[in-house]
Design a protein around this ligand. Sequence first.
Ligand SMILES: Nc1ncnc2c1ncn2[C@@H]1O[C@H](COP(=O)(O)OP(=O)(O)OP(=O)(O)O)[C@@H](O)[C@H]1O
Length: 270
Amino acid sequence: MAPVVELADVSIVRGGATLLDQITWSIDETDRWVVIGPNGAGKTTLLQVLSANLHPTSGYASILDEVLGAVDVFELRPRIGVTSAALADRIPRSEAVGNVVVSAAYAVVGRWQEGYDVDDFRRAASLMKQLHIEHLGKRTFGTLSEGERKRVQIARALMTDPELLLLDEPGAGLDLAGRERLVATISDIVADEYAPATVLVTHHLEEIPPGMTHAMLLKGGKVVAAGPIEGVLTDEHMSEAFDLPLTVSQTDGRWAARAARHQPERAAKG
Ligand SMILES: Nc1ncnc2c1ncn2[C@@H]1O[C@H](COP(=O)(O)OP(=O)(O)OP(=O)(O)O)[C@@H](O)[C@H]1O
């Protein structure tokens, strides 16, 4: 089976700055990736390539067996589910939540006069139940809490039954309980063997849902480490990516990182 995503030496250059520097990456159907890195590492830029919103300045990018630059991106994009702050900003605040979800079937934000069929509404209702937002269908998007908005966006992203799911900082702006509930929900989603290949971007190891299989650490547009998650999220790699001595731990499938404890120098004996 062909990889869902294949990047070979992908670079993105804007205004003389190299945002992504020769990224080579392969994502399989059953992979669930986390992309981690400090501010400005290039994470969002990388997701823009994966969502067919940005073409490489150089290199080769194949998404769902279609080569960027040689495919009609308007046919490719509905096959990719995306949540991001930029997309959330485009959702009209006055839109009813049910419509925010169902309108993904037409890849529009803001329902107008598209003809939805019974199956569309059934799927939207089922996803809203899975995301625990079934009671919010008639509320307007603008009245929701940040946690509720994140859930609505994930339901919307799954509406088209995508083959690739991209979650850009789904935990950002949530309080502790909201984050923990969302981590559990995403963990349930990725545990399903029929779930799409998933890429989740975050700054924080605490936001990684159990069940993620692979990790990529980015810094300055370059890959610090990539591969099966246990081999990537090490003290050494994380310290290098964040330019700070870090200690990484994993308990019950959850990850955490903190600054390495300062070791006072022992007084010389004798
Ligand atoms: N059009 C552009 N021209 C020049 N530089 C850009 C452009 N767009 C983004 N950048 C720069 O590219 C770098 C990577 O940005 P990107 O948003 O991908 O990082 P990120 O890892 O998602 O950061 P954050 O965690 O802060 O969201 C940043 O330094 C940003 O300022």
